[in-house]
Design a protein around this ligand. Structure first.
Ligand SMILES: Cc1cc2nc3c(=O)[nH]c(=O)nc-3n(C[C@H](O)[C@H](O)[C@H](O)COP(=O)(O)OP(=O)(O)OC[C@H]3O[C@@H](n4cnc5c(N)ncnc54)[C@H](O)[C@@H]3O)c2cc1C
Length: 291
């Protein structure tokens, strides 16, 4: 019998989706489709042989809000998140506004950006910084995973075969100071590298600080953060400069790839220019909140 041609499934429930997936294990979820056709210049596009469109899965398009969380279905396009307005944490808003162009943001979904298999894309950075969690489902189970753990493997998401990202839960904490930077957008096919600097304070005490850098791997030095938590604001100059020095040491330790059981892999070494840009970013921001 002849091999079936390409097939596109349009399940209207997750049960239907997983049933099709068990019959065609090579099938690929299709969200906005931007990542699946990225880099193809030919008139005839190459698509996976079996496609699972998630368009009709109503629950993946849902957005809900509680007092503490914003929950976004994996199929929600980036512009729809931006249209929510003030409720969207600043770190996420700034990142969304810097992904592709406005038309593309109507098509690219939050789930497609998080699950892109080839390389780490931009949204991982604010989602790690904000302590987001992801709901993953397969035909049998539902599990939750932190954004940090999901993005802990260099360059690829921690998602299993025949598993679907369904929901993203973002805590609605109040951050008092958010600085976002993205650079090297020019390189073709490169989504750019993203840096975030976040601060929470209560009255004059610094209660939380996050500095996160995201490219192929996500870098965060929790030891440096611990140094400053509980300090009075403005910070003393020495504390601010110590923070930068800790980051410098951390970055230089990456010179030879660092293997850690938690990341189950190596952080690729950064080039000198990236290190310098990152250290400049950290220094200029930390000095802003020091004497
Ligand atoms: C011109 C251009 C500019 C771009 N600029 C940027 C940029 O500035 N920053 C940036 O971060 N990215 C950028 N991108 C990349 C874009 O964010 C990714 O291609 C993203 O994957 C597109 O999302 P999508 O919804 O179209 O996903 P799709 O193409 O539908 O899917 C991408 C991959 O994720 C899988 N997938 C999708 N949803 C799920 C799910 N819910 N569960 C499990 N797996 C899933 C699919 O099977 C596929 O393998 C750009 C792309 C283009 C073409």
């Amino acid at each position: 019998m002849a091999e079936p041609l390409n097939q596109v499934f349009f399940p209207s429930s997750l049960q239907e989706l997983f049933s099709a997936w068990s019959r065609f294990p090579d099938a690929q979820p299709f969200a906005g489709g931007v990542g699946l056709i990225q880099g193809q210049g030919n008139k005839i596009l190459e698509l996976p042989k079996n496609i699972l469109s998630m368009d009709k899965l109503e629950e993946l398009h849902r957005i809900t809000r509680t007092e503490r969380y914003l929950e976004i279905g994996a199929m929600v396009p980036l512009n729809k998140i931006l249209a929510l307005g003030k409720i969207v944490p600043e770190a996420m808003k700034l990142c969304l506004q810097n992904i592709a162009g406005p038309q593309m943001r109507n098509v690219i979904t939050i789930g497609g950006n998080i699950c892109y298999p080839g390389r780490r894309l931009n949204l991982a950075v604010p989602l790690v910084a904000l302590d987001a969690h992801y709901e993953l489902r397969n035909s049998q189970n539902i599990r939750w995973i932190s954004a940090a753990r999901f993005s802990s493997l260099p360059g690829k998401p921690a998602i299993n075969q025949a598993e679907l990202l369904t929901r993203i839960r973002i805590p609605l904490d109040q951050w008092n100071y958010t600085i976002f930077r993205k650079f090297r957008r020019g390189k073709s096919g490169n989504p750019g590298e993203v840096m975030l600097f976040l601060i929470k304070n209560q009255k004059n005490v610094l209660t939380d600080i996050r500095v996160i850098f995201g490219a192929e791997t996500i870098l965060r030095d929790k030891n440096s953060e611990t140094l400053l938590i509980g300090k009075q604001l403005p910070l003393g100059k020495k504390d601010a400069l110590d923070f930068v020095e800790h980051w410098r040491t951390y970055l230089f330790a990456l010179e030879s790839p660092v293997y850690s059981p938690e990341s189950e892999g190596a952080h690729p070494a950064l080039d000198d220019l990236t290190k310098a840009e990152l250290l400049n970013f950290i220094e200029s921001n930390i000095l802003t909140i020091s004497e």
